[in-house]
Design a protein. Structure first.
Length: 605
């Protein structure tokens, strides 16, 4: 069956099914009709155009499929007779068995909804109706888009839409009540012919031409249908909802006024419920971040496809998540949120930056031949190679080891980039990546700047050149090892060749010491494997916070302070001046005292 199903790619490739159902075919996604409906609502509000939307409810769609009509639908698209016989045999002489004493029950009509091919069969089954609706358009809603191309007329960029269908979810769209009535007459004939049951009581009608009142005071709208041999229903009465009310389409909430207050409350409610569920669970901070990034974020992303919330609204909605992560990581509430979002730290996804990436870089879908076709291109931008030269902080993160060359220099742009008419740059630095990654790096750098701008990191301004403030791997691990001899090669004029990551020990991933022992045995120190706390992971953060090691950490800080002051007096710009005032100011900073809320001391360690 798998090979047979893949053989059905032809209807999508050759545009055989022209009805416009967005499901069942390769490339079909529910995002297409969702974005289309949002564009229609926005266009109607912006241009003050009349709009009628009717959401239909088809009861038991797969169970109501008539196999005889399905055979006609398969023959309509000229499927081989052998393939038709094979398909129909899957659903002929079948029986269902409910676990009761009654035994098997013979299936008289319909197809099994759980079959892989069932979705495609429904698309083929409903395609004649959608084809007729597209051919006999009466007062469809027209999306008008002005064009800047001189050889194209205004009419060529207009899109006429009268239905949006995804699987068995059907929505009729018109610019007048007459057009909607005409489509209802056609659909009722099809439902009567194919034994499909439509629940008129669950129809949802909304229009910007109806009065702005509550639902309880709105009178039902009657649609007089055209009688025929296939349609015996003379009229359908539907009670509309007010334009201030919301209606749901494919799991996404819409309203004609464009208000997003309900979405704000819905997103905040989802985050609060998620945090409340995991608060009492015995999970680590990394596990909570993983669940949030992989479970909750896709759910929020789907519901916010057509909603643009401000950064403040996103921060308010996810405040409970931030509090939960800090609680699981044993951080204080004053812990800066920017660290949570850094990919080098916990890697919590920032909702606002993530939604900005989704809204900006989701492809545009122009309408072509009754279907939305993907048409988007990106200009190629690529960097030749890193060459172990640290030309910005982003390139530093890509490096696998520390650069120790005395003649290190920055490569010119032409040396590490190909020749393109368009290049992506950030702070005058050519970035290797596509536009999506560029935006992600932009937000990461924003979080980094927010972190370094905190008062607790103001001690970096006391140094002569803030750009030269780096952490040296060898000297740091040497200090942690309590060796009595200092590294004589660590001089001020050598700082330019130690292009390591700024605050690397502080911002880099909190790797386990067992992993360090395997990957970098030269940096592994047996003294750091503290096994007394069996319920704690052996990471650098626990090493700092452990009350049993507090005295040792204080000694490390004191040793580092003494060595730092010694080097400043010997090789710094203070060598020719009185260094006492400057050193007194440095020693008075809070970073030399270890506490749960003092992250500057962790950076020094």
């Amino acid at each position: 069956m798998g090979y047979f199903y893949f053989g059905f790619r032809g209807p999508a490739t050759h545009n055989v099914l022209t009805g416009g159902n967005f499901a069942g075919l390769p490339g079909g996604t529910c995002r297409d009709p969702i974005i289309t409906l949002e564009s229609i609502i926005y266009d109607a509000n912006h241009n003050k155009s009349p709009l009628w939307i009717l959401s239909q409810d088809i009861s038991k769609a797969f169970d109501s499929i008539n196999l005889t009509i399905l055979k006609f639908a398969l023959e309509r698209i000229r499927l081989p007779a052998s393939a038709i016989i094979l398909i129909l045999s899957l659903f002929t002489n079948c029986s269902n068995w409910v676990f009761t004493v009654h035994g098997d029950t013979q299936v008289r009509i319909g197809i099994d909804q759980g079959e892989v091919i069932s979705l495609l069969l429904w698309v083929i089954y409903i395609n004649p109706l959608l084809t007729v609706l597209n051919k006999e358009m009466m007062d469809p809603y027209i999306l008008r888009s002005p064009t800047l191309l001189p050889h194209m007329t205004d009419d060529s960029s207009n899109i006429a839409i009268n239905n949006l269908v995804f699987m068995d979810d059907s929505t009729l769209i018109s610019s007048s009540k007459v057009g909607l009535k005409h489509m209802l007459s056609i659909t009722e004939e099809f439902y009567m012919l194919n034994n499909t049951s439509a629940n008129h009581q669950k129809y949802v009608l909304i229009s910007n031409l109806l009065p702005l009142t509550t639902t309880s005071t709105i009178s039902p709208v009657d649609f007089d249908l055209q009688l025929s041999t296939l349609n015996r229903i003379s009229s359908i009465s539907v009670t509309p909802i007010s334009i201030t009310f919301l209606f749901r389409f494919l799991g996404v909430w819409f309203n004609l006024t464009g208000s997003c207050d309900f979405i704000k409350k819905q997103i905040a409610s989802e985050c609060n419920s998620f945090a409340a569920t995991l608060r009492l669970a015995r999970l680590s901070a990394q596990q909570v971040v993983y669940l949030y990034n992989t479970v909750l974020i896709p759910k929020l992303e789907y519901r916010m496809q057509v909603t643009h919330l401000s950064e403040k609204d996103c921060h308010t909605a996810t405040r409970s998540i931030q509090t939960l992560v800090k609680h699981k990581a044993n951080f204080s509430r004053s812990f800066p949120n920017s660290i949570l979002y850094l990919s080098q730290a916990l890697g919590l996804i920032n909702l606002f930056s993530h939604m900005m990436q989704c809204h900006i870089f989701n492809p545009c879908f122009p309408f072509d031949g009754g279907r939305l076709v993907l048409m988007v291109q990106y200009a190629g931008v690529k960097v030749k190679g890193h060459n172990r030269n640290y030309w910005n902080e982003f390139a530093d993160y890509l490096a696998s080891s520390v650069h120790h060359s005395d003649d290190a220099y920055l490569l010119p742009v032409t040396d590490y980039t190909f020749t393109y008419h368009v290049r992506l740059a950030y702070d005058n630095v050519i970035c290797e990546s596509n536009p999506r990654r560029l935006l992600k790096l932009y937000y990461q750098s924003t979080f980094m700047k927010d972190l370094l701008s905190l008062n607790r990191f103001q001690f970096t301004f006391y140094l002569c050149n803030r750009d030269d403030y780096v952490i040296d791997w060898e000297f740091t691990w040497f200090t942690l090892n309590f060796s009595p001899v200092y590294d004589a090669s660590f001089q001020a004029h050598h700082a330019s060749r130690h292009f390591t990551f700024k605050f690397k020990l502080f911002l880099d991933e909190l790797f386990l010491l067992e992993r360090l022992k395997i990957t970098r045995p030269d940096l592994y120190i047996d003294l750091l494997t503290y096994r007394s706390c069996c319920d704690r992971k052996e990471d650098l953060m626990h090493l700092i916070l452990c009350f049993k090691r507090c005295l040792a950490m204080h000694q490390i800080l004191q040793t580092y302070q003494n060595h730092l002051f010694f080097k400043l007096r010997e090789a710094g710009e203070l060598a020719d001046t009185d260094s006492t005032p400057m050193l007194r100011r440095l020693s008075s900073l809070s970073c030399w005292t270890i506490s749960s809320a003092n992250w500057s001391s962790y950076a020094l360690i």
